[in-house]
Design a protein around this ligand. Structure first.
Ligand SMILES: NC(=O)c1ccc[n+]([C@@H]2O[C@H](COP(=O)([O-])OP(=O)(O)OC[C@H]3O[C@@H](n4cnc5c(N)ncnc54)[C@H](OP(=O)(O)O)[C@@H]3O)[C@@H](O)[C@H]2O)c1
Length: 329
């Protein structure tokens, strides 16, 4: 494993972080708790020291599994979790009042619930699970995060930025109150590199690169025949003729990447780590095999400039999250 700094925090965090949405089990089907625990523990053995979870992932189930696994880790694991929007609406809408989404008492209550699920005294990185800069100038969220820091319940705060809208938290970052952001960054959606990453570098704000494998699209394992379990979030994400579109884009990628060592997923993770603004990449993992594959990536180092130039051409503008059946992400 290799390690990077998380913005201006004192932490050095693993280049591969553990994305813990899938193990929550509500929106991702087919996982099993014993496998998830094995995957978490194996990741810690391989040097992973950051887990990204959320109160909304399986209504606290992901946090509970993470808390259980962390107890047996021989090294410190930094936990990033999230406060779900009180109105349970993803993504945030600029014309919704923050009073409906993150009022003071709710921020405190939600954090305390996460601490109970995790069985911990402190959350290393507490993140707002939705955000719009229309809320940045309001006061209550600032007071809540100050009080949570003062009480020691939270070490740092962050924002999980809306899908395909990397510029929707720039004003919040400029306040200096945010220590990290997490954002979609992958071969298909490279938009975070335009404005967000330079600002994060300038402000010394850490970056968690999320959905690095396009919910599985960039693993190369999705075919036109792939069937997801009824009710699984990915049934909606890859609905209609989207699987065919993914297969076409992946085939073009594979042609351009011929000769590049590693699996498609490993190259996709290396792509994320090739940007210096990225502190950690957080693939969603539920199995020991995927953990071992992902943890091989840091050793391979960044992709060369020629490959990155080729990958730039594979950026693909679309929003598969729109009008889906998803409740939480
Ligand atoms: N709004 C938000 O804040 C938000 C939204 C989405 C995601 N996230 C965070 O970002 C994390 C990552 O996103 P995601 O989980 O949605 O999607 P993702 O990481 O793009 O894709 C997850 C899929 O990739 C597979 N995979 C992982 N590593 C692999 C490897 N090395 N080789 C082959 N396949 C591999 C996983 O397989 P297995 O499951 O079989 O192991 C899973 O099917 C989440 O877990 C969550 O922590 C946050």
């Amino acid at each position: 494993m290799k390690y990077r700094s998380l913005g201006s925090s004192e932490a050095t965090i693993s280049e591969i972080g553990f994305g813990a949405w899938g193990i929550g089990g509500k929106q991702w089907r087919g996982g099993q708790d014993d496998q998830s625990l094995k995957a978490l523990r194996r990741s810690f053995e391989l040097g992973v020291n950051l887990v990204d979870t959320a109160l909304a992932y399986g209504d606290g189930h992901s946090e509970q599994l993470v808390g259980q696994a962390v107890k047996s880790s021989f090294h410190k694991v930094h936990i990033a979790t999230k406060i779900p929007p009180m109105n349970r609406i993803w993504p945030a809408k600029a014309d919704t009042s923050i009073a409906e989404v993150f009022p003071y008492d709710y921020i405190i209550r939600s954090t305390e619930e996460s601490l109970r699920n995790l069985g911990m005294e402190q959350i290393y990185l507490q993140q707002f699970h939705v955000w719009t800069d229309a809320w940045t100038k309001t006061e209550e969220w600032r007071r809540a995060i100050e009080d949570l820091r003062q009480s020691g319940k939270v070490r740092y705060f962050g924002i999980s930025i809306s899908e395909h809208e990397p510029d929707s938290a720039l004003e919040a970052i400029k306040t200096g109150l945010v220590n990290a952001v997490q954002v979609i960054y992958n071969i298909f959606d490279q938009s975070a590199a335009t404005n967000l990453f330079p600002l994060c570098q300038q402000m010394k704000v850490g970056v968690l690169a999320r959905v690095p494998l396009d919910e599985g699209g960039l693993t190369g394992s999705i075919t036109e025949q792939t069937v997801f379990e009824p009710g699984e979030f990915r049934e909606a994400y890859f609905r209609g003729d989207r699987k065919r579109q993914v297969v076409e884009h992946v085939a073009a990628l594979q042609r351009d990447l011929a000769g590049q060592p590693g699996t498609m997923a490993e190259i996709a993770l290396r792509f994320c780590l090739s940007h210096k603004a990225v502190s950690t990449v957080i693939p969603g993992m539920r199995r020991v095999e995927t953990v071992e594959s992902s943890c091989r990536v840091p050793n391979a180092g960044p992709l060369d400039a020629e490959t990155l130039a080729i990958l730039k051409k594979h950026a693909w503008k679309r929003n598969f999250y729109q009008a889906d059946l998803r409740q939480t992400a």
